[in-house]
Design a protein around this ligand. Structure first.
Ligand code: SF4
Length: 272
């Protein structure tokens, strides 16, 4: 297959997947979001082709069954990873749609998850493991700018500089603490404790795509629950600057993107 034929095949698979997800979940994407998702897939393929072609097991389902919370609730932990086994070496990859800089500055969160998967792979399945890593598929702002400008040379340079692979060392001794964290979350969900994090957390800054962003921008900005979230409300009140109108709080809710998203979803649900 030529490169062009491969990318055409990826496009077809992307469309098929989208239709399946749409039918299963009843949700649609706006045209802009769908185009951005396809672009991320294609760029990920161009950049990580070497790893993608070496993957020996894809979508490996890992399960840690029969866990029990402090309050006696039973639960299981499930995960999906890709695995490369070459000669004497085994590497486990977890693909995330986040950007590499964000993963780097929040390594602890990713370590927890990968430690559990490594534990299942090694201890329960009895398989060797040499390395664990995150593949962060969101491309950096330099790639985005080059795409926007249609500048092929700049795009080549930005793709060459992009490092989507983030090594995450695994530590077997942390597994118990991580499982205890999961148990706390299970108990909190079952006890209907859904309080959002405090305002200080929303003010916290992370490095992402070469810029510092607050939790409120990076995470809450994509959260469907933000318009009924007391912490987000407190954040907008504390950060409204000179604009004291209540409308400011709802401004992004009225954005064109929201309207396109609503229309796309209405169409999907009318068709189903
Ligand atoms: S807006 Fe969403 S992500 Fe942000 S604190 Fe509230 S619930 Fe959490």
């Amino acid at each position: 297959m030529t490169d062009q034929e491969l990318e055409t095949a990826i496009l077809e698979i992307f469309e098929q997947n989208y239709e399946i997800l749409q039918a299963e979940g009843g949700h649609s994407l706006t045209e802009d979001t769908k185009r951005a998702a396809l672009q991320q897939v294609l760029l990920y393929w161009r950049k990580m082709r070497d790893v993608a072609e070496r993957v020996t097991e894809t979508e490996v389902k890992l399960t840690l069954p029969e866990q029990q919370t402090r309050k006696g609730r039973k639960y299981s932990i499930h995960g999906v990873v890709d695995v490369v086994q070459e000669e004497e070496r085994t590497v486990m990859y977890d693909i995330k749609t986040h950007d590499a800089e964000y993963v780097q500055s929040n390594r602890g969160d990713y370590e927890k998850q990968l430690n559990i998967y490594a534990h299942i792979w090694q201890e329960l399945r009895g398989q060797p493991l040499d390395q664990t890593a995150i593949i962060a598929t969101a491309h950096p702002k330099e790639v985005k700018q080059a795409l926007h400008a249609g500048d092929e040379a700049a795009l080549e340079a930005a793709l060459a500089a992009w490092e989507p692979l983030v090594d995450i060392p695994f530590a077997q001794q942390q597994v118990e603490a991580v499982i205890a964290d999961f148990s706390e979350v299970v108990d909190a969900i079952e006890d209907r404790q859904f309080s959002p994090p405090p305002l200080s957390r929303l003010e916290q800054r992370y490095k992402t795509r070469g810029r510092e962003k607050r939790f409120a921008t990076q995470i809450c900005g994509n959260c469907d629950g933000r318009f009924s979230c007391s912490s987000y409300r407190a954040y907008t009140q504390a950060n409204r600057g000179g604009d004291v109108s209540f409308n400011r709080y709802f401004r992004d809710f009225e954005s064109t993107d929201q309207e396109a998203w609503l229309n796309a979803n209405l169409e999907t649900n009318l068709e189903s």
